[in-house]
Every structure is written in structure tokens, then in C-alpha cells.
Design a protein around this ligand. Structure first.
Ligand code: GLN
Length: 308
């Protein structure tokens, strides 16, 4: 059957070529002015298969900012430090029919819906222990560890751009401070802007997908952070809210825990098996990579990877 088909760089290449023009249906994010400079035609597709074997196609060395994909790393660290009960006492496990930057029920129940939308993610980062930029440095270090890429860093220009235009995120931050969920100062919001500005490649995203798909074991087998329950938690949030208001339909068509970012990346976990990383900066109306989604869809169909 399809699940026994062998993955080759050639099969990735043909999926990429078939979906290359989907960028026309999307639009590069420009609400963060610096992101508007991205090349809409850039496209990359990477898979980390069983035993950490890497398959690449397209602009796999092209760097882009991870944006909301950083939220799963922040969640991992906050839960490791505080425990799941403490983190989820302050936010929900809810899915959503609202866009990623929606205030949702911050004005009613007072708490974010989940750690994948901006409100819950900003709160999650504020829950990571340490003053100043320490929480951000923990996130950066974890991304470097998972990708085994110690030179990864954040883009200062994207960070400055987010910081100077992110008034909606600032509004959420202060509403949560008003609600008693956040106790620190704006350094904590800066850490969120910085984590979103971490630059990496599609291959790095595939390694992140692989990590959560395999109980937080790295692609090279390093098991320093092995934690089956934490991987379950993170993947469950990816499944129900990782693609925001598109998550339900995505669960139907792709059927895998995935996390998108407005930089055009998507990281996918195929539980117990592999990680997929895609990049194409033009976004659909939900803020998810348009060509990226279509490449994932074709790959998942070809190899029969839906969980369902
Ligand atoms: N930095 C972006 C923001 O806060 C992240 C959003 C996203 O990738 N969906 O608006």
C-alpha cells in the first residue's frame, strides 16, 4: 500500500514542482513590514524520515523567520518548568474558529483559548522562568538543540519591525496583565517578538516536526529531552489549533499535527514516524502557507499518512 512506498528526493521534487505556482493564490504577510520583503516565489520541501534520514527539495537553505512555529517550543519549555496543570490553569485546550490574532474570550472568561493563538502564546512565553531576555534565550537554545544547528539566531530587523508595529499583541499582553495572568513587564512581550524572529530553514522545521513526532527524541537519536507525554500534549495542540481556524478542515484533509507561521513555514509531525518542513511565503486567508499546504496535502495522500 501507499504507506510502504519509499520516499525519494525525486518524489519530493515532483510534489514541489506540481505545487510551485500555488503562491499566486496567496499573499506575503506585510502587516509586519519587514516580512513584506520576502520573495513570494521561494519554495522548499523537506522530510526527516525514520532514523533521521533527511530528504530535501527546493530552496532548502533559504532562511525565513519561524514566527508562530516558535509557540510549540515555548509551550514545551513552559510545561517542562511549571508542569502542565499550572500552564493550563491560565489558558484552555480549546480549538478555534477565530484568526490567530483574535482576542477571543480574553474579555469574557479572561483566559486565552489555547497556547497556539497569539494571546495564549504571549502568555506561555511570559510563564518561562527568568528575567529579561533569559526566556527567549532558552527558546533559541532549544531550537538550536532540536535542529543541531548552534549558529541559528534571530533577525534583528524582523524583531524591530514586529516590536514597532505589534500593537494588537501589546494590547493582548496588557489585557492579560489586567486579568492577573501576566505579572512581568514588556520585556516578556519582547521575548515573544524575538522568538517569532528566529530564522531557520525548511529542513530545520522538518527536524522540529520529527522531534515532537518521536517523543521529543532528536533526529540523530539524542534522547536528552525524551518525554512521551509532553510530545502528546504539544502534538494535540498542533492538531486542534496549529493551523488556527483552518485546523478542523486541515484535520480532515491532512490529518496530522502541524504548526504554521506567517513567515511561510509549516512544521508537521507524523506521529511515531517522521517530520515534514515546508516553506513558501505567500499565505492563504487563514495565514497559512498556500503552496506549503498543497505540498503537504499531496505528500500525505501519496504516502497515506493521515492519522485517521
Ligand atoms: N509574530 C506573528 C504575530 O504575532 C506571529 C503570527 C503567526 O505566525 N501566525 O503576529
Amino acid at each position: 500500500g501507499a504507506e510502504n512506498k519509499i520516499i525519494t528526493e525525486k518524489s519530493l521534487e515532483s510534489i514541489l514542482e506540481k505545487n510551485r505556482t500555488y503562491y499566486i493564490e496567496g499573499k506575503v504577510a506585510d502587516y509586519i513590514p519587514e516580512l513584506g520583503k520576502m520573495d513570494a516565489k521561494a519554495i522548499a520541501f523537506s522530510v526527516v524520515a525514520k532514523n533521521g534520514k533527511i530528504f530535501n527539495s527546493g530552496d532548502v537553505h533559504k532562511k525565513f523567520t519561524m514566527q508562530s512555529i516558535s509557540k510549540i517550543i515555548a509551550l514545551m519549555i513552559a510545561v517542562n518548568e511549571r508542569g502542565e496543570a499550572d500552564v493550563f490553569n491560565k489558558m484552555g485546550y480549546f480549538g478555534t474558529d477565530r484568526p490567530f490574532n483574535h482576542f477571543s474570550n480574553l474579555e469574557t472568561t479572561g483566559k486565552p483559548l489555547n497556547p497556539m493563538m497569539n494571546a495564549g502564546a504571549i502568555l506561555t512565553t511570559s510563564l518561562i522562568l527568568g528575567n529579561g531576555e533569559k526566556p527567549f534565550l532558552k527558546i533559541l537554545d532549544m531550537v538550536r538543540y532540536i535542529t543541531k544547528n548552534p549558529t541559528l539566531d534571530y533577525s534583528k530587523s524582523v524583531y524591530e519591525s514586529e516590536k514597532s508595529t505589534g500593537h494588537r499583541n501589546r494590547g493582548m499582553f496588557y489585557l492579560m496583565k489586567n486579568n492577573g495572568l501576566i505579572s512581568g513587564n514588556e520585556d516578556q512581550l519582547d521575548n515573544y517578538f524575538r522568538q517569532c524572529s528566529i530564522e531557520l530553514t525548511a529542513e530545520d522545521l522538518a527536524k522540529i516536526g520529527y522531534f515532537f513526532a518521536n517523543q521529543c527524541v532528536r533526529f540523530d537519536g539524542d534522547a536528552t529531552y525524551k518525554n512521551k507525554e509532553l510530545a502528546r500534549l504539544v502534538q494535540s495542540q498542533m492538531l486542534i489549533a496549529g493551523m488556527y481556524e483552518f485546523s478542523g478542515e486541515y484535520a480532515r484533509t491532512v490529518g496530522l499535527p502541524s504548526k504554521s507561521g506567517v513567515g511561510g513555514g509549516i512544521a508537521v509531525s507524523v506521529p511515531g514516524k517522521m517530520g515534514i518542513g515546508v516553506f513558501s511565503p505567500a499565505l492563504d486567508q487563514h495565514g497559512n502557507s498556500s503552496a506549503g499546504y498543497h505540498m503537504i496535502l499531496d505528500f500525505v495522500k501519496q504516502y497515506d499518512l493521515s492519522l485517521f
